[in-house]
Design a protein around this ligand. Structure first.
Ligand SMILES: Nc1ncnc2c1ncn2[C@@H]1O[C@H](COP(=O)(O)OP(=O)(O)OP(=O)(O)O)[C@@H](O)[C@H]1O
Length: 222
């Protein structure tokens, strides 16, 4: 492990009140890796993701993101270096597909022209037609919503993309095509991915490294 890792955890403990969830957890992620985090329900996978993006405060141990101690990051700055894909896309319902896609780019002060160019570049990568752009999320299929969510996560060129069970609500055909799509995006953009999944096949297909968690610790690195 080195302090230059994209993500570095050293002997991290975390509890919700009196319920300890992570025990002395140490691991690191290098640039360009695709990590799949697996493990039984309740073992602490989502908690780990929330510690990476600063949504939760560690109570003990050392966490560094992009080489900088987590406590030294301005939290909004840290989050804008990341992209997120959650179950069902978790799109903003009051924004169109296009506005959702540009959301973080706008926060990063991109111009309208830069947004337009970037979205035009990414649409073919996620197999979306332009006619979805003006639709609101409730008028999109589950697969389309997740494709919009993926564009939103990568449009601002994040340092890393965090995904929490992104495909679990999709039918198997749509799930398969989105897995292929994410694999292709990882290879093309060489972005670092950390994805929580229950699905071992999915983990083996996508990951450059599978991490299995149990009882709040890392048990196996494959
Ligand atoms: N906000 C919270 N307050 C209190 N306890 C929580 C909270 N969030 C999670 N927990 C508990 O912490 C433990 C780990 O939860 P976490 O969501 O990290 O697990 P997980 O491995 O992601 O589970 P799943 O696969 O079911 O999503 C569980 O026992 C859960 O009940």
């Amino acid at each position: 492990m080195s302090l230059e890792n994209m993500i570095y955890f050293n002997q991290v403990n975390f509890s919700y009140g009196s319920h300890q969830v992570l025990y002395d957890l140490s691991f690191s992620v290098d640039r360009g890796e695709f990590i799949c985090l697996t493990g039984k329900s309740g073992c602490g996978k989502s908690t780990l993701l929330r510690l990476i993006n600063g949504l939760l405060d560690r109570q003990d141990g050392d966490i560094r993101i992009l080489g900088k101690k987590i406590g030294q990051w301005e939290i909004h700055e840290l989050r804008r270096k990341m992209g997120y894909v959650l179950q069902e896309g978790a799109l903003f319902p009051h924004l169109t597909a296009y506005q959702n896609m540009c959301y973080v780019m706008k926060l990063n002060k991109a111009s309208s022209q830069q947004c337009e160019n970037r979205i035009s570049e990414l649409l073919p990568l996620v197999n979306l037609e332009r006619d979805v752009l003006n639709k609101f999320p409730d008028k999109l299929s589950g697969g389309q919503r997740q494709r919009v969510g993926i564009v939103r996560a990568i449009a601002h060129n994040p340092e890393m993309v965090l995904m929490d069970e992104p495909f679990s609500a999709l039918d198997s055909h749509t799930r398969k095509s989105l897995q292929d799509l994410v694999k292709n995006i990882h290879q093309k953009l060489n972005t670092t991915f950390v994805m929580v999944t229950h699905d071992k096949e999915e983990a083996n297909l996508l990951a450059t490294r599978v991490i299995r968690m149990a009882e709040g610790q890392i048990k196996t690195l494959i």
